[in-house]
Design a protein around this ligand. Structure first.
Ligand code: BDR
Ligand code: CA
Length: 308
């Protein structure tokens, strides 16, 4: 039976790739949408556009427009002001569902009791709310895969130890990390070890497929931004997390540890603090992925662009 996914996302360039992968390789029960990379109006609109492009009936549930406690900066400088590279696309004709993302997570976890893989690739605002509404959520879903964190403190935000999804809403991440007994963590540092060479990406984007054409357009700015910084590879964090969700067997290394979220540090708010040596005696909540089969990861991406 194909994996059944529920995806919490803030599309976003790498979110788009992950959503294409999900629809190429799994059943998708819904997309719950957060603010993050850009504002909620754009992240919802981008999700609807992507689903229209691939003609998928997947429902889209708009969620929280802001973090739980403190306002945060978006990542428009990487993803474009609209989150999809400012291509000026015609908005989708379809509409979002009239149900809040957090309520949809709670409901769908019951409808598909024991069968859902939750993939969280955005700030954890919606999931934290869902967890407060239904504290038994972890027992209802088969698996939770989170893209977030920087497990040795090499993040990708202005608070240098913190990764974007966690830094955007640390309180939400704290709620999830402290109540979810065991989740799989795909962090930013793993992402930096599993980029996709620009030449490989260019080959895939030349495929005669609407998905390749659309992704080529929406990722153009991000690719240029990344290359301009002298980086040899495109980093697609959410696509990597999605690969781990779709094909757990591609994981080649993992460490199971307790991970907490720093909420107060002037320099480190949003950092993920890993108890590598078990000093605290707290139960391990995270399976931290440390290596992935790159060939199989790339095969999952290529197929989702029609280039497989
Ligand atoms: C994460 O932050 C966002 O910008 C990406 O979409 C990804 O989910 C990477 O730190
Ligand atoms: Ca994302």
């Amino acid at each position: 039976m194909p994996t059944r996914l529920l995806i919490d996302t803030d599309p976003g360039v790498d979110d788009a790739l992950a959503i294409l992968m999900a629809h190429a390789h799994a059943d998708v029960a819904g997309l719950t949408i957060a603010a993050g990379n850009v504002g909620l109006v754009h992240t919802v609109g981008n999700a609807l556009k992507l689903l229209e492009l691939i003609d998928a009936p997947t429902p889209v549930f708009p969620g929280c427009a802001a973090p739980l406690v403190r306002a945060a900066d978006d990542a428009a400088f990487v993803h474009g002001a609209d989150g999809f590279g400012d291509t000026g696309y015609l908005p989708a004709a379809r509409r979002a569902a009239d149900e809040h993302a957090a309520l949809a997570i709670v409901r769908l976890a019951r409808v598909h009791e024991g069968a859902l893989t939750l993939v969280a690739m955005a700030p954890l605002t919606n999931l934290a709310l869902a967890l407060k509404l239904d504290p038994a959520l972890p027992q209802r879903v088969a698996r939770l895969v989170i893209m977030g964190g920087a497990v040795t403190g090499r993040g990708n935000t202005g608070r240098v130890a913190a990764e974007f999804n966690i830094a955007f809403d640390p309180e939400a991440a704290h709620v999830v990390f402290s109540a979810w007994p065991r989740f799989t963590l795909v962090d930013w540092e793993l992402t930096t070890r599993h980029g996709i060479a620009f030449a490989t990406m260019a080959r895939w984007l030349a495929a005669d497929d609407p998905r390749a054409r659309f992704f080529a357009a929406l990722s153009r700015k991000t690719r240029a931004w990344t290359e301009a910084r002298g980086r040899p590879r495109l980093l697609v964090a959410d696509a990597l997390a999605m690969a781990v969700a779709l094909a757990p067997e591609i994981v080649q290394g993992a460490e199971t540890r307790h991970v907490a979220v720093e909420l107060d540090g002037a320099l480190s708010r949003g950092a993920t603090v890993v108890d590598w040596d078990g000093r605290l005696g707290r139960p391990a909540n995270a399976e931290i992925v440390t290596a992935v089969d790159q060939v199989r990861f790339e095969a999952l991406v290529a197929a989702a662009l029609g280039a497989g």
